[in-house]
Ligand binder design. Sequence first.
Ligand SMILES: Nc1ncnc2c1ncn2[C@@H]1O[C@H](COP(=O)(O)OP(=O)(O)OP(=O)(O)O)[C@@H](O)[C@H]1O
Ligand SMILES: [Mg+2]
Length: 268
Amino acid sequence: MTEFLVRGRGLTRRYPAPRRRMFESRSYTTALDDADIDVRAGSAVGIIGESGSGKSTLVRLLLGLDTPTAGTVEIDGRRVDAAAGARSLHWLRRQTGIVFQDPYSSLDPRMSVGRIVGEPLWALGIDGDHRARVREVLADVGLEADMAERFPHEFSGGQRQRIALARALVHRPRLLVGDEPLSALDVTVRAQILALLGELRRRDGLTLLLVSHDIGVVQNLCDEVFVMKDGRVVEEGPTEKVLLQPQVAYTRRLLASIPVIDPGPALP
Ligand SMILES: Nc1ncnc2c1ncn2[C@@H]1O[C@H](COP(=O)(O)OP(=O)(O)OP(=O)(O)O)[C@@H](O)[C@H]1O
Ligand SMILES: [Mg+2]
């Protein structure tokens, strides 16, 4: 095992902008511009930055959900970007799980919770008793085993986000990525899920990569923070240092503009 579970180098993603006139030359939006990121195995890393700064683009590239225009991604020392083949992509899926912001749209309403949560086991061709594993992971996220028979619309927003989390964890990934996974939740549920993520990290050595607007979440959970602006990483470092002594004016403005909803335990 390498020290860094995730290594992104020179990651760049350009999207063609729509042409307004027929003979206008093609222009591009640079969503991500030469970004480097390292995530130590077992650590929790936060990504903050204003809307449109490239946070989601970065995590999509790291998870092989999108292809970089330039740059490389290694997971545990293995290339998994466009240059890697289908086998590496399958391997990458096994190593990673993702939770998105909106637990309503990410769960198929026609599938039972058991099928939703167990689907990655089937899709990844993982051996073993899938029903038993689904019951186990539902318990891990604080849901009852008999909820497997029910459907997403029967659950509250917080419960749905737990279902999404169970699905992201069912195949025992080493890296869990959350793109604003707590933003749609109220303060109490957010605190419960934060505690749960901390527990999974301690118990299973899960590595966490979290995109969050909420400084309280980052402060509570993350060892290190990356600050993004216009597709670039403009500041990075230990959480206390970046949040309490930001070196870059942009980070200071960003921190001043973000309301702290759940401050979590005070920093030393
Ligand atoms: N599929 C796409 N096609 C064209 N442009 C895109 C696409 N995806 C993202 N972009 C652009 O890339 C930039 C970065 O987007 P991204 O979604 O990574 O931002 P973000 O930091 O996640 O923002 P937010 O906090 O609002 O989620 C934005 O200017 C966005 O409009
Ligand atoms: Mg985003």
